[in-house]
Design a protein around this ligand. Structure first.
Ligand code: CFM
Ligand code: HCA
Length: 534
């Protein structure tokens, strides 16, 4: 780490030396060497054409991530079978049917668009697919997700959804999430959030129990949500819905009745968190379910939010009980892994979420970055608590309530915001940079060339990323773990998940397999050169 700190400028020069001037200028804005606070980074911009990025598309963010995990909907992909398979077969969002309910997660539904559909239009085929799905499965609801060609030929999936919904009586949600929209998966999250908010949340007014919460931005990859909800119900919470891991359409529809939203992945669900806050007055609290310290802190914050003495005491009991079970596993991993280093390059939240857990097993993250995080995911964001109009019971003075013709608005004096946050433990969203050590490197939209360079120069023992670079990294003799799918493992969230992660990473790093591999730069001279005139 200190080496990197001392030689940061040299390292960056080496990293970028092959780039033409224009590309270098662009990429430099996406790289920050951490130093103190208040640094800025360029993010959520278009990838330089020609560079091999790990990013996915709008459709992946909408269908693959946010909509796909809802268990009792038939998710029809209107497009080529490859797109359908990509956002299904590679996703490890697990789910179970509720009693008497359905679960379609094991099915991959698609219209399998062909050339003739592109030429003559695909709406008829889509209607037929919906008819078949209703006939065969009688689902509670159906989603239609558009892929690139649908937008290009102009199929009106909204009209098809309306028509077929009237005809079949089944709720049908259409998502215009053509892959090419925006610069990454991120646009797809937003499209999914808007529709869920407009058409689903608020449509089920079933009563919910005491201490009710929603988990937002948790997708039950490898069973994470099951481990988190196990602990939450042990403490005494009533989980109304998760968005959207292992969720049903009716549960999501009931979300507005909860007392609090706890947000795990801010990037993918902040829109719903904000919209529910505005529309229904539910505060949201940023949590982190990964790692013992982070998870414990999140549980304590939730209990403080409710302010119930019994809940606060029970939280401590459960934490003590759960930690006792796993601490030996973590300590033993730490003994063996202490001093090792990691590079984390994942989507829009996990590069932050996993740093605490890695530290708990002795591994320091020296480089981290997001594929498509926005600036707030790096730099943090002030979360101003929403104050219900009965806020006076919370001991805050000088809140002025103003009324124009139709609306009330609340003005909180700047110097009261901190006090307010203390009263209502609404954790600010701190972002990735804050918890990283000075001298560490933050890189946005890391590409394959930079990945190889980083491994060659910094030689980390752990590279946490995805399928697109995993095997390149392995061939370089470095352990790489897929932090999207967890390879074939998990859960990694919560207490038991932390122990699973510790065991897997210990085995992955310490396997003698790496010693049988010679990295390319030790084997053969690498061709080096500059591209002129670009
Ligand atoms: Fe949120 Fe996710 Fe992620 Fe994400 Fe993703 Fe994902 Fe990810 Mo892959 S919603 S930002 S768009 S935590 S699919 S479950 S693993 S890139 S870090
Ligand atoms: C996506 C989905 C993805 C891909 C993972 C990977 C996932 O956004 O396209 O590149 O390994 O988690 O499944 O992020």
């Amino acid at each position: 780490m200190s080496e990197l700190k001392k030689n940061a400028d040299k390292f960056l020069d080496d990293l970028m030396e092959v780039y033409p001037a224009k590309v270098m200028k662009n990429r430099k804005k996406h790289v920050v060497v951490k130093e103190g606070a208040g640094q800025e980074i360029a993010a959520n911009t278009r990838t330089v054409p020609g560079i091999i990025t790990n990013r996915g598309c709008c459709y992946a963010g909408c269908k693959g991530v946010v909509i796909g995990p809802i268990v009792d909907m038939v998710h029809i992909v209107h497009g080529p079978v490859g797109c359908a398979y990509y956002a299904w077969g590679t996703r490890r969002n697990k789910g179970k049917a509720r009693e008497g309910g359905q679960n379609f997660l094991n099915y991959c539904f698609t219209t399998d668009m062909q050339e003739s559909d592109i030429v003559f239009g695909g709406e008829k085929k889509l209607k037929k697919a919906i008819e078949e799905a209703v006939e065969l499965f009688q689902p509670k609801a159906i989603s239609i997700s558009a892929t690139c060609p649908v937008g290009l030929i102009g199929d009106d999936i909204d009209a098809v959804a309306r028509e077929m919904s009237e005809k079949t009586g089944v709720k049908i949600l259409s998502f215009n999430c053509e892959g090419y929209k925006g610069v990454s998966q991120s646009a797809g999250h937003h499209i999914a959030n808007n529709k869920l908010m407009k058409e689903v949340v608020g449509t089920n007014d079933s009563p919910v129990g005491k201490f009710s919460i929603n988990l937002l931005g948790e997708y039950n990859i490898g069973g994470d949500e099951w481990e988190i909800s196990r602990v939450l119900s042990k403490i005494g919470y009533n989980l109304v819905t998760t968005m959207t891991g292992n969720s049903t359409i009716d549960e999501i529809a009931n979300a507005h009745k909860s007392d609090l939203n706890v947000v795990q992945c801010h990037r993918s669900i902040n829109y719903i968190a904000d919209m529910i806050e505005e529309k229904y007055g539910l505060n949201w609290l940023k949590g982190n379910f990964i790692g013992v310290e982070n998870f414990s802190k999140t549980l304590r914050n939730i209990a403080r939010y409710f302010g119930d003495e019994g809940l606060i005491a029970r939280t401590e009991e459960v934490i003590a009980e759960e930690v006792a079970e796993i601490k030996d596993t973590l300590n033993s991993a730490k003994e063996k892994l202490n001093g090792k280093t990691a590079v984390l390059y994942v989507g829009g939240s996990r590069a932050d979420h996993y740093q605490g857990l890695l530290r708990e097993i002795g591994i320091e993250t020296i480089v981290a970055g997001y594929e498509f995080g926005h600036r707030d995911d790096y730099e943090g964001r002030d979360v101003i608590p929403y104050i219900k109009l009965d806020a006076d019971t919370r001991n805050i003075e000088e809140i002025t309530v103003e009324k124009d013709e139709k609306n009330y608005s609340l003005r909180i004096p700047a110097d009261k915001v901190d006090e307010l946050k203390k009263e209502m433990p609404i954790a600010d969203y701190e972002g990735l940079m804050k918890n990283m050590a000075d001298g560490s490197l933050i890189i946005d939209d890391l590409n394959h060339y930079e990945t190889e360079k980083i491994i060659e120069i910094l030689k980390p023992e752990f590279f946490g990323s995805g399928i697109k670079d995993k095997y390149i990294v392995h061939k370089m003799g470095t352990y790489s773990k897929q932090m999207h799918s967890y390879d074939y493992a998990g859960p990694y969230a919560g207490f038991k998940g932390a122990a699973n992660f510790a065991k897997d990473v210990e085995a992955g790093i310490l396997t003698p397999a790496w010693s049988y591999l010679t990295p390319p730069w030790n084997k053969e001279p690498l061709l080096k050169g500059k591209v002129e005139g670009v």
